[in-house]
Design a protein around this ligand. Structure first.
Ligand SMILES: Nc1ncnc2c1ncn2[C@@H]1O[C@H](COP(=O)(O)OP(=O)(O)OP(=O)(O)O)[C@@H](O)[C@H]1O
Ligand SMILES: [Mg+2]
Length: 257
């Protein structure tokens, strides 16, 4: 363990796509138990940062540590199993499955019953099925989706699909949850509900990293904020520090934040 309080650390991380420098010498540290936001204008490199943490991309240089462990060359599924869950800017759920089954898919990856045991249908398998059913119910209740559990994902309102994606990520029991634009496309009531959900997730001991354009949400919910512009970190601090930072105001071209 490099630092007892730090769950995630970027050290001089760079990533380019051909000639385009998407992330440049980026360093930051997320303390355990925080809600940490990454903000910045379109194309600033926010999603790329999440894709680097989750193994969708590899850094060109620099290091990323999760709980003191270097994530270099780890595959996405390995990183998920280390305890990092995520949602996507463009929702990725199984549209032709029910809400319940979408969550179960996440839980089955934790199952320990092998093929032979399943064939014999031992008591261990039964116990595991029961455990999965109970966990699924608990997660769906937590996200307020229990009443809709048997509906197909495809027919759900957008706000429910966003919550389902979080439910599925939680099924893996992450210690770190990465949310890429959790309130994009949501109305004010849904946004407030999502804010409560994120606070509840943190209250359950999960560290949360949010990428978001909704400044009301970010300023209200974050313990710490990092601001990217053209792949570079231009500021880091509390909501108040960020709102009064001249570089940040300039990057947003006078937009009120
Ligand atoms: N797979 C890719 N191939 C080529 N270029 C990419 C790829 N992914 C991202 N980029 C480019 O890298 C830069 C950063 O993109 P990224 O998606 O990280 O931005 P972002 O901060 O998430 O923006 P937004 O707020 O619009 O979602 C952009 O210029 C984007 O076009
Ligand atoms: Mg993005």
């Amino acid at each position: 363990m490099r630092n007892s309080d730090s769950i995630l650390e970027f050290k001089n991380v760079s990533k380019n796509f051909g000639g385009l420098q998407a992330i440049s010498q980026l360093s930051f540290r997320v303390e355990r138990g925080q809600i940490f936001s990454i903000i910045g204008p379109n194309g600033a490199g926010k999603t790329t940062a999440i894709n680097l943490i989750t193994g969708f991309h590899q850094p060109a240089s620099g290091e990323i540590f999760f709980e003191g462990q270097d994530l270099k060359r780890k595959r996405s599924y390995q990183i998920a199993h280390l305890g990092i869950g995520r949602t996507f800017q463009n929702i990725q759920i199984f549209q032709n499955m029910t809400i319940r089954d979408n969550v179960k898919v996440g839980l089955h990856t934790q199952s320990h019953s092998g093929f032979l045991r399943c064939l014999l249908h031992t008591s261990m398998v039964k116990k595991e099925e029961e455990m999965i059913r109970r966990k699924t119910d608990r997660i769906l209740e937590f996200l307020g989706l229990d009443a809709k559990a048997d509906l197909l994902a495809a027919g759900l309102p957008y706000g429910d699909q966003k919550r389902l994606e979080i439910a599925r990520a939680l099924a893996l029991e992450p210690t770190l949850l990465l949310l890429d634009e959790p309130v994009a496309g949501l109305n004010q009531i849904e946004t407030d509900e999502m804010s409560d959900i994120i606070n509840k997730i943190r209250a359950n001991g999960i560290t949360v990293v949010i990428v978001e354009h909704d400044m009301n949400l970010v300023m209200g919910i974050s313990n710490n904020i990092t601001v990217l512009n053209y792949g570079e970190k231009i500021a880091e601090g509390s909501s108040q520090e960020i709102q009064n930072n001249s570089k940040v105001i300039e990057a947003y071209l006078g937009k009120e934040i």
